[in-house]
Design a binder for this molecule. Structure first.
Ligand code: 9YT
Length: 132
């Protein structure tokens, strides 16, 4: 069993930041759960373009408000506390945060630790793993 508090992660190597977000990584690949679990803050007033080519991701917003533009369909969704989105088709997307958004994110396959987005908006492909 693994028990871990957010307060243990803040300021540790599990606390990873990109230009527009800070991701506190509660569970990582080496812990063997088959997914990683993140408590992520998307900073207010920012825009983040992403494309998880190698991962499936589900994102549950628990605080804040913004919009999610699906660049495949052109549809924009309002995202606020209590709304989830799942990138079931590896969709290219843009997240625009009106206020700071707190997101609980699950990745399959799990991230290994220090991933940040490449120029293509993706995290690198995990070695030998495929989303299942
Ligand atoms: C919502 C989202 O995808 N934000 C980017 C950071 C990523 N979710 C992470 O590593 O926690």
């Amino acid at each position: 069993m693994i028990v871990r508090a957010l307060s243990e992660i803040v300021g540790s190597p599990r606390d990873v930041s990109g230009e527009t977000w800070t991701s506190r990584r509660l569970l990582l690949a080496h812990e063997g759960m088959g997914f990683s679990l993140h408590d992520t803050l998307i900073h207010a007033g920012t825009e983040t373009r992403m494309h998880y080519k190698h991962h499936l991701e589900a994102v549950y917003c628990v605080e804040g408000e913004g919009t999610l533009e699906d660049l495949e369909s052109g549809v924009t969704h309002v995202i606020s506390a209590g709304t989830m989105y799942a990138l079931s088709g590896h969709e290219r997307h843009v997240l625009r945060a009106k206020s700071t958004m707190r997101m609980i994110c699950v990745f399959n396959p799990p991230v290994t630790g220090r991933e940040v987005h490449g120029d293509d908006g993706a995290y690198p492909a995990p070695e030998g793993a495929k989303a299942s």
